[in-house]
Ligand binder design. Sequence first.
Ligand code: GLA
Length: 373
Amino acid sequence: MSYPKTLQFRSPGRINLIGEHTDYNQGYVMPAAIDRAIRFRLESNGLPHLARFRSEDLDASFSANLKNISPGSGWENYLLGVLHQLELRGIAVPGFDCTLESDLPVGAGLSSSAALECGLAWGLNQLYGLGLQPREIIELSQAAEHTYVGTQCGIMDQFACVMGREAHFFLLDCRSLEHRYIPAVLGNYKLLLLNSGVTHSLATSAYNQRREECAEGVALLARRFEGVTSLRDATSAMLREVIPEPEKVIYKRCRYVVEENGRVLEAARALETGQMERLGELLFQTHQGLSELYEVSCEELDFLVEMAKQYPGVAGARMVGGGFGGCSLNLLREEAVPGFKNAMVENYRKAFGKELVPIEVALGQGVSEMSVS
Ligand code: GLA
């Protein structure tokens, strides 16, 4: 069989309209791939066991022996983790060269990590006809993040990167992986990201800790209620019965997740029926939950959402992604966009002495080819 020698493709980031920290609790999420992406150039190099990587943005390179994959440092692990997962599945990959260039900001909560992982898995699958199905690409990329990167992430980011559809969100049930595309018809409203520029060095451990806290909650619920295997099976009443003290950390975490699942389903209805104001209210509620109950926001993100609340024409705003920094996502009337951007940049500079970067996003296709030579 002959394979294309060179493959050029884009592997996108994602936003998540609503449904944060629900994916690893077998709940609902509503993400979309975006038009910001990592561009890959992948070609077979004719060498049996050598993979060479180059990041144009970082001006950095490294290589790996495909017969002996072991963890490296930083960004290398997203890629090495994928090679390791292929190896674990007994899938041999001939040598290749991979060059990366990106307009997807790192650490902005837009999932550049999944873009790297899924991009490599998808690209090698295309280049060498590995016969992987989209679902396998998603799962092995997630596994790479668990093992080589160390974040016990859910499945949302990888799913969005592979399955995204232009101009659509999708409602994903993270238990069954059933999903339904919903056209992003926002009427006179626009989505705008504001990148706080904040990144948190402890984000990974704090993320994994949240996951453990949810698991503790599930264990308590399961002791009292038969058949509970995740927070997806819990209601607020069940939770109150099992943990009567509302100030307890485990209660707050679980309450947030249970309420967030309800909000996602309501948001899907609001989007489908064009109720943008209602959708916006749900975004504000999600942020409040993430900030006060799940405690994954930060001062800068709270500030951005608070300011957005006061700005005429803004229907809703919230932090996106794992938290502790990154972007806020704003849903606002089209005519309010220019004034809002200026005001936010100005206020942010005054409050924190830092630059706020507005990003207008469009919803794009999942990982896909640009051209073949
Ligand atoms: C990160 C993880 C996802 C998800 C979000 C929070 O992006 O990779 O799996 O848990 O945080 O919703």
